[in-house]
Design a protein around this ligand. Structure first.
Ligand SMILES: [Zn+2]
Length: 324
């Protein structure tokens, strides 16, 4: 194993997409929510250090740290057996079922109005969470590597990592960004899961690739991956079992409307409490069935006053705030 920290500047990039509809065989996962995960994060290093001092190993479902310097989905092949696992360059090897991979709120951005990116995962202005190709603060630096593979084992010293199944609240895509900013899609659930199209080639000997892991909705995702390669010894394809990697994508806090109050001029105001610098859509209704957008705001400080629109011929109106 080798250590490295990439120094290149990151640019968040998106890409144009394929047809809609996630597919694949769903997997059933019960893993901690992001809030539970944060509690576990605080204990994880302490547990790791103590258990290692005691000569014991962790048997818990653990959570990687968002600020972990360098983590890989790692493909190994030795003694005619595949070993697809998670490798944290700080804390070591984990079976994918032992670990959850955090995608923090810091990884969220919004899809720009750019034909390369709209239609990739969602529409312009919609959020997308990306574990980026290039290292950024407070975001897990997740790459892809190969190890313990003897040169000449596989044809052209190349292996593949294929996308085999997904479950989760949104879409998943894996892509790289060229030096000129053009996205290259390797895997996406937008058009379902098709291992013929959804794969990335990896050098078999000391392969090391960093790329963008993108999710369109907060929540928990199970991403089923399998490694394969053509053996020079037999000419046959050898493939690993499908391994589920668990990602937890952090949601922003829900917006709240507080303290509705009339003003001397007859207007009605309330306080919007939401994520600082976050965008909220405000809508009103007179019957709680039909909602009309009346303003979109960026809540710079996390608290701001909202002036409700005047309504006529109705004794009530209701207001709500939603996220993009
Ligand atoms: Zn790496």
């Amino acid at each position: 194993m080798h250590r490295e920290r990439r120094e290149t500047k990151n640019t968040k990039l998106f890409l144009s997409g394929k047809k809609a509809g996630a597919g694949g065989n769903p997997c059933v996962c019960q893993h901690p929510s992001i809030s539970e995960a944060k509690v576990m994060l605080r204990t994880h290093r302490w547990q790791t250090a103590l258990l290692r001092w005691l000569g014991m190993t962790l048997s818990l479902v653990s959570v990687l740290l968002c600020e972990a310097a360098h983590v890989h989905v790692q493909i190994a092949y030795a003694n005619d057996a595949w070993d697809l696992h998670i490798f944290d360059f700080d804390s070591g090897r984990y079976d994918p079922g032992q670990i959850t991979i955090p995608v923090s709120l810091a990884a969220r951005s919004f899809i720009p109005d750019n034909s390369h990116y709209t239609g990739f995962l969602s529409a312009t202005g919609k959020p997308v969470w990306i574990l980026p190709q290039n290292e950024q603060p407070d975001i897990l630096n997740l790459g892809l590597g190969s190890s313990r593979i003897t040169s000449g084992t596989f044809t052209n010293n190349q292996i593949k990592l294929s996308f085999r199944r997904v479950s989760g609240p949104g879409h998943f895509s894996l892509f790289t960004s060229t030096p000129f900013g053009a996205p290259v899609v390797h895997m996406t659930s937008l058009d379902g899961v098709n291992p013929t199209n959804d794969f990335i080639s990896v050098p078999a000997v000391a392969g090391h690739i960093h790329l963008n892991w993108a999710f369109t909705v907060a929540g928990t995702y199970c991403i089923g991956l399998a490694a394969s390669g053509r053996l020079n010894s037999t000419g046959q394809i050898s493939e690993s079992v499908v391994v589920d990697c668990i990602f937890i994508v952090e949601a922003p806090p829900p917006p709240r409307l507080l303290a509705p109050r009339p003003q001397l001029d007859g207007a009605f105001v309330c306080t919007l409490k939401s994520e600082a610098h976050g965008v909220c859509h405000l809508e009103n209704s007179v019957d709680l069935r039909n909602w009309t957008p009346f303003v979109t705001v960026t809540n710079t400080t996390g608290r701001m006053e909202i002036i409700l629109p005047q309504t006529e011929n109705t004794p009530f109106q209701f207001c709500r705030a939603t996220l993009p």
